[in-house]
Design a binder for this molecule. Structure first.
Ligand code: NAD
Ligand code: MG
Length: 391
């Protein structure tokens, strides 16, 4: 029986993982759940269904409401950022699934690593922010970082049984998002509804917007750099609209290995939770004869500047990816709030990167400081855009 703690239990990844717990009641038990607390009824339902030992909610008022909904014996209830950290660190678990969205996951994810817990990582923003510090901590504690992101799970599966030194490059596939075929002239008219319509994956709002700007793929280049310890120039992005080939590894002898499957996050989540074993699932299976054609294209960095911004931040290194991520989070939140236009998202990020002289990243504390500083600066940039002060 594997004991799981799920950070981000009410999200798209968290709920899919909990469905898998229900599918395999003899394999998994839930010991910890964490979420923001915006849907207390849902969390109460999850507590009744999965009987965790402890629950942590970011919002203390939500914790108090949850306490009233749950009769004894209720789980231990924690709140605030420190409650999330305590849950990840102190609640016994064999695997911690890190599936909060954005920088909010940084400290709980680090706490799980420092406590020596195997980490199934969906929350890519944490690795973008603190890749060097996080992978060093994982190495020091002998903690496995198991990818949940579908592309990285694909790469991970293509690496099993091979020498890392034989890897020539990683080919990360991207669906291309809803605007793959839109001409540049139409980009200034993109609405929130247009951007939320992802062609192949159903996901949380933030990653759906990141997929539309291609920042998601930019973050994934950085994620791959740290997960697989490769040079930035060894990670190539290929647009593949069908989302069937989830990514590939090219070896020095010219052999290219790919992992394929239907677009269902259940597959990479389950692999991370059962690794190195596999389990049979009742989920939809791939029928290539029905898919018919698989197409591959170069990404267009002119229409999707976020991809180039992410690569530039990775090449600068140190604190630059922290700035990239924080400015992106602020810009995407403003776009979701209809305070910023789609084409202004890369502008906010580029200006935040320009204003920040990158330096080496020494610690998580420094990461938190640069993140906070950038959020303030990006907030000002958003306000200036909204006021028409920036074109
Ligand atoms: P989501 O928005 O559906 O869920 C996010 C979860 O985090 C929720 O449980 C929410 O309560 C919690 N949360 C949000 N902000 C928080 C905060 N400030 N403090 C504490 N908790 C907070 O997101 P998602 O789509 O499930 O994505 C989660 C992570 O997984 C992201 O990093 C995303 O990039 C990554 N990911 C998602 C998918 C997918 O298919 N959804 C695929 C690959 C990677
Ligand atoms: Mg992905």
């Amino acid at each position: 029986m594997k004991r799981l703690t799920i950070l981000g239990a009410t999200g798209s990844i968290g709920l899919r993982a909990l469905e898998l717990v229900s599918t395999f009641p003899d394999e998994f038990t839930v010991t910890g759940l964490a979420a923001r607390g915006s849907n207390v009824e849902l969390i109460a339902d999850l507590c009744r269904k999965y009987a965790p030992e402890a629950v942590a909610l970011l919002d203390p008022a939500a914790r108090d409401r949850l306490a009233r909904l749950l009769p004894a014996p209720a789980p231990a209830l924690l709140a605030g950022p420190e409650g999330l950290v305590a849950l990840a660190r102190d609640v016994e678990a064999d695997v911690v699934l890190s599936a909060l969205v954005g920088g909010a996951g940084l400290l709980p994810t680090m706490a799980a690593i420092q406590a020596g817990r195997t980490l199934a990582l969906a929350n890519k923003e944490t690795l973008v922010m603190a890749g060097s510090v996080m992978t060093a901590a994982a190495r020091a504690r002998g903690v496995a970082l198991l990818p949940v992101d579908s592309e990285h799970s694909a790469v991970f599966q293509c690496l099993v049984g091979h020498n890392r030194g034989d890897v020539h490059r990683i080919l990360l596939t991207a669906s291309g998002g809803p605007f793959r075929e839109w001409p540049r002239e139409k980009f200034s008219a993109i609405t929130l509804e247009d951007a939320l319509r992802h062609p192949t994956w159903k996901m949380g709002a933030k990653i759906t917007i990141d997929s539309a700007t291609l920042m998601n793929k930019g973050l994934e280049i950085i994620e791959a750099r740290w997960l697989f310890d490769v040079r930035p120039d060894q990670v190539q992005v290929i647009v593949h609209p069908q989302s069937i080939v989830h990514s590939m590894v090219e070896y020095v002898d010219g052999a290219v290995l790919a992992q394929l499957g239907v677009a269902d996050m259940g597959i990479p989540i389950l692999y991370a939770l059962t690794y190195p074993e596999r389990r049979p699932t009742p989920a939809a299976r791939l029928d290539l004869t029905r898919v018919g054609t698989l197409a591959f294209f170069e990404p267009d960095v002119e229409r999707f500047p976020c991809l180039a911004l992410a690569r530039a931040a990775l090449e600068q290194g140190g604190t630059a990816p922290v700035v990239l991520n924080a400015a992106n989070e602020v810009a995407v939140a403003a776009f979701l709030d209809r305070r910023l236009r789609f084409v202004q998202i890369p502008d906010v990020i580029a200006r935040a990167l320009d204003a920040h002289p990158a330096r080496a990243l020494a610690s998580i504390e420094e990461c938190v400081a640069v993140d906070g500083e950038t959020r303030r600066r990006a907030g000002e940039l958003v306000a200036r855009h909204a006021g028409g002060a920036l074109s």
